[in-house]
Each structure stands twice: as C-alpha cells, then as structure tokens.
Design a protein around this ligand. Structure first.
Ligand code: AHM
Ligand code: MG
Length: 339
C-alpha cells in the first residue's frame, strides 16, 4: 500500500510543481487547516466542553450568534494573525475587517471565512463546517499608503487564489482547491493530521437529486418553481425521471454530498425579503464554494450570471445561489433567461 500523503506534503509538492503556490500561501493554508482541527475538537466536545447553545449576541446580519460561532471565529483569527502571511481577515461574525495588528508582520493575502456554517445544526449534532476564501491584496499604486481597507476585499470570486471548507460530520474532511482541481483530506485523529483521501474530485454533470428548503416554495420566483415542480413530477413529468431530495440546512454538508455523488443545491432569492438578493453571503459562502464546485467541473450561478464574475459592492453582500451538476445548473439558469 502506498504511504499516506499528509496535507503538509501535498502543499509542499504543490509549491514545488512550477512554483504552483507561493510559500506564504502554503503557510496560510496550513494554518487554516490547523485552526479547523481546533474547531473540530471544540465541535466534538459538544456539551462536555460547554460550547453548545446561544451566546446571547447578534452578528452584523442580525442573527443570534451561537457560542461555537464565536469560538470558531476567535480560533481562526488567533491562528492566522501572527504568521506574517496575511494583511487582514473578514468574517461572517465581524462587521468590519480585522487588520493584522502592527506588532506582527503584514503579509500579502486576505482571508475571508464563515467560521461555522450551518449554525442552526450545531446544537442538534448535525454536520456543520468552516468555509474559507483567499484573495491577494491588490498592489497599491506608487505613492499610495500601504494600509489595507475593506475596498481591497471587494474582488470578484474569480480572483480567489485558494478556497475550501472543512466539514465536521461523522468524519472531519478538509476540501481544498488552489486552482488546480479539488482534493479532499480526512482528519486522522490519532496522528493529528489531515491525510489526502481523494484527488481530482469531479461532480457528475447530470443528477437526479436536488437540495432546496421546500418550506419556502410559495415564496420562490417562477423559474425555481418550474424547475422543482418538474423534478417533483418524476417519471411522468417533462423530465421523464424520478428525483430524490436532500436538505441538510448546512451548505457545507449539502455541497460535500454534491462533490461526492452529484446533485444541485439552490438557495434562491425569494419574496420573504424581496430587497435582499438571497440568504447566503457572496464573499465567504458562495464564492469559495463556487471556486471548489467549478474546479470539480460543476457550475454556480445566481440565475442570471456566473457567481464568480459578480463584482462585490460590500463585504456582507448576499446572493442567490444555484450550484452543482453542470447540466442541471444550466437548466435552472436558462429558465431564468426565459422570464
Ligand atoms: P449560517 O451561515 O447563518 O449558518 O446560514 C447559512 C446556512 C447554510 O449553511 C444553509 O444552506 C442555510 O443557511 C439553511 O437555511 P434554512 O435554515 O433557511 O434552511
Ligand atoms: Mg454560513
């Protein structure tokens, strides 16, 4: 049997191949993985660690924070602030950006994260995860100050240099792309390291499985209603085949299933809050998942355009999301075009 390949070795090899990733990006990804290990430990302890339940505070989105949302946010900040690889961080749980303090060296990367996605599942022992996105800080014009601002973060998802997530489920699995396909690493708890378990992950282009919160059906727009109704009609309907449905209510778990066996995931705009483009956040949920999904041969749109082409206008911008098996995503997107 061939020797297991650790995440460290995988990243070192990525660095060697044509200088595929610079050393600071390698360091950054190792630190993010280490933070994910700590978060995984906290998640695993659950009630024994006193980490479940609400923190009685609200985040910038007006959502109640769970204790683990705050713990995971702190773990990521503390792990990443001193290594010299980052200029600043941004998170679902912080209103503004977190600039690396002056006492540490400033790096050239920007890190965005949703520290614990699927918060509603924390207390009920269902899979949750950490999502992360890495951008390069834009180079300032000669004579400009060297500081970092929120504006530096407002780059389209296509500019990401790395992205991924870590799902805390029956196994803890880190999924990563540096723009050269998607690799999965399973946490070996005895060794304390992530081990490469799948490479060149590919999402099948066709599927018979969709994921959407059906309780919102009456609020959706016509194209999404049409698509789901056609799936529900099964063999006798226009699609001529039966569809299965799954909804974990943790994007990380739903996306992980899609990477494993295909499928389509939708969190579309709906009429409950017509002024919001959607529920999910563009910069630290849709964009990183979009990079992973596209690198695995899938697609992601907001119904109108490729999500990775959207120019963000604010850090906590929301977006309608349709992602997964390419042919299904294209079908739903084409229904929007016919409006
Ligand atoms: P969160 O970041 O506050 O946890 O919200 C995002 C989550 C996604 O993981 C998931 O797909 C969705 O919200 C579930 O929403 P709903 O509870 O409406 O089904
Ligand atoms: Mg989230």
């Amino acid at each position: 049997m061939s020797k297991p390949i650790s995440l460290t070795r995988y990243l070192v090899e990525q660095q060697r191949v044509d200088g595929h990733i610079p050393s600071h990006l390698r360091l950054l990804l190792e630190v993010v993985a280490r933070a994910c290990k700590s978060i995984s430990q906290a998640v695993n302890k659950g009630d024994l660690g006193g980490v479940l339940g609400s923190a009685s505070t609200e985040n910038v989105q007006g959502e109640m924070q769970k204790k683990l949302d705050i713990i995971a946010n702190e773990v990521l900040i503390e792990a990443n602030e001193w290594g010299g690889h980052l200029a600043a961080m941004a998170s679902e749980e912080m209103e503004g950006i977190y600039v690396v303090p002056n006492r540490y060296p400033q790096g050239e990367y920007l890190l965005l994260f949703d520290p614990l996605d699927g918060s509603s599942n924390i207390d009920v022992n269902v899979s949750i995860g950490t999502i992360f996105s890495v951008l390069k800080k834009p180079e300032g014009l000669p004579g400009q100050s060297q500081g970092v601002s929120e504006q530096d973060f407002l780059q389209a998802g296509a500019q990401q240099v790395a992205a991924g997530y870590c799902v805390f489920g029956p196994q803890t699995t880190l999924v990563l792309t540096v723009g050269d396909g998607v690799a999965m690493f399973t946490l070996d708890r005895e060794q304390g390291s992530f081990i490469l378990t799948r490479e060149n992950v590919q999402i099948p282009p066709d599927t018979q499985e969709f994921a959407i919160n059906m309780s919102n059906m009456r609020h959706w727009d016509e194209p999404v209603q049409r698509y789901v109704n056609e799936c529900l009609a099964g063999k006798e309907g226009p699609r001529g085949k039966d569809f299965n449905m799954r909804w974990v209510a943790s994007m990380v778990a739903d996306v992980h299933r899609i990477l494993t066996r295909g499928g389509i995931f939708m969190y579309p705009w709906d009429k409950r809050e017509p002024n919001k483009p959607g529920k999910l956040r563009l910069m630290y949920e849709a964009n990183p998942m979009g990079m992973v999904v596209e690198q695995a041969g899938g697609a992601i749109t907001n119904g109108q355009q490729r999500i990775l082409d959207i120019q963000p206008t604010k850090l906590h911008e929301r977006v309608s999301v349709i992602l997964g098996s390419k042919n299904e995503v294209e079908r739903v997107t084409s229904y929007h075009a016919k409006l």
